[in-house]
Design a protein around this ligand. Structure first.
Ligand code: HEM
Length: 223
């Protein structure tokens, strides 16, 4: 039955070459953990991506209950955590995943660094990786404010104070981040928009570039 549907679609749209182009690649000998124990280091990039997918899916469900204004944010998170079916699990996944994804990304970066995989011809992918790194830190920073509890409020205050120390443009960065003279309603609305629209959009675009480049260049050779 599935085969028939597939053939029907394939006959009309010729989809076979599309997925074959993605799926039909042999894993090079030196990245195959069945042959070399140390090849597990090549999994960190894929594991990072796996957690990114979990973050996006769990985040989409959190957004169904989260209310991004200073009167309701805290209560909406409390409700989600204590009353909503599976809310505690979905929030827990997003909370722990946020830290785990940074750990995985760090391990991936260490692998690339210590194998010298960033060298010619992969310099541009290292640069894209650095941009991804800052986007991921931005996601962590903006997400931390959203529960609007004391910890969130004061962590953001401190974070913005640190950004303010940048010479010459510090004051400008502060207002840009804060969206007003204090950490308040403007900040929460702004951080929410950045957390769920701006940065995920940038991340997906950058990951697209990351993967296209890996595809073009292949994985770096054995040491
Ligand atoms: C969300 C974050 C990231 C994801 C999901 C990701 C994903 C991946 C994947 C799946 C690969 C294929 C090889 C492997 O898995 O090791 C890869 C390769 C690579 N990544 Fe990342 N990456 C991320 C962040 C970074 C960062 C922060 C850097 C460096 C600053 C970086 C630099 C590179 C380079 C240079 C390669 C090519 C390595 C080679 O050919 O051996 N990536 N990435």
């Amino acid at each position: 039955m599935i085969r028939k549907v597939y053939d029907w679609v394939d006959e009309r749209l010729n989809v076979t070459p599309m997925w074959r182009d993605i799926a039909d690649h042999e894993v090079p000998e030196h990245v195959n953990p069945a042959h070399h124990f140390s090849a597990f280091v090549y999994c960190f990039g894929g594991l990072t991506f796996f957690i990114v997918v979990i973050q996006i899916l769990s985040g989409m469900f959190l957004t169904m209950y989260y209310v991004p204004d200073i009167k309701n944010a805290y209560e909406s998170v409390k409700y989600l955590q204590n009353e909503v079916a599976f809310g505690v699990i979905v929030r827990g996944m997003h909370h722990w995943g946020a830290s785990l994804v940074i750990v995985m990304m760090f391990l991936h970066t260490l692998r690339v660094f210590f194998q010298g995989a960033y060298k010619r011809p992969r310099e541009l992918n290292w640069v894209v990786g650095m941009l991804i790194f800052f986007v991921m830190l931005g996601l962590g920073f903006t997400g931390y404010l959203l529960p609007w509890d004391d910890k969130a409020f004061f962590a953001t205050k401190v974070g913005i104070q640190i950004a303010e120390q940048v010479p010459l443009i510090g004051g400008f960065i502060k207002i840009l981040l804060q969206g007003g003279p204090i950490v308040g309603a403007g900040t929460l609305a702004r951080f929410f928009a950045i957390h769920v629209f701006f940065l995920p959009g940038a991340l997906l675009a950058l990951l697209g570039a990351h993967f296209i480049m890996i595809r073009r260049q292949g994985i770096s050779g054995p040491l």
